[in-house]
Design a protein around this ligand. Structure first.
Ligand code: DGP
Length: 116
């Protein structure tokens, strides 16, 4: 397994490198899953790839992207979340604030549609 690509200015890279603490839900060679510091639902987990990739448009490996979604789905099962929403904010106008790709796993309350 090669070394992960990191950006020393990225908060999620710092979490991946354990330079900043986080509540870890799951960890593997290809990802870390943590509880969101500002939860928007009773369960709010971020699934973050180990490599620094700014957003989903930059993710060129479709197999790895599929695996990341499978990881999010497995975590939902482990957390016994019957119903959940996976969200990938892409670009500032869409609400992205951390420019290291991540999947939000949200659950534990009724969700609105369309999302705001
Ligand atoms: P987004 O807005 O889609 O880029 O989501 C970024 C999320 O990351 C946001 O819900 C808040 C969360 N977040 C930002 N900084 C930290 C941190 O230092 N620790 C944790 N656990 N979550 C963070």
């Amino acid at each position: 397994m090669g070394q992960s690509v990191r950006d020393s200015n990225c908060i999620f890279c710092k979490i991946l490198e354990k330079k900043i603490p986080a509540t870890i839900v799951s960890e593997g060679s290809d990802h870390i899953a943590i509880r969101d510091v500002s939860p928007q639902a009773p369960s709010h987990i971020l699934v973050i790839p180990s490599d620094h990739i700014a957003d989903i448009r930059e993710f060129k490996q479709s197999e790895a992207l599929g695996k990341l979604f499978q990881t999010a789905t497995s975590i939902a099962k482990l957390e016994q979340l019957e119903s959940f929403r996976l969200v990938v904010n892409t670009g500032a106008e869409a609400g992205q604030t951390v420019f290291h790709l991540h999947i939000h796993l949200l659950a534990g309350r009724a969700m609105q549609w369309p999302p705001g």
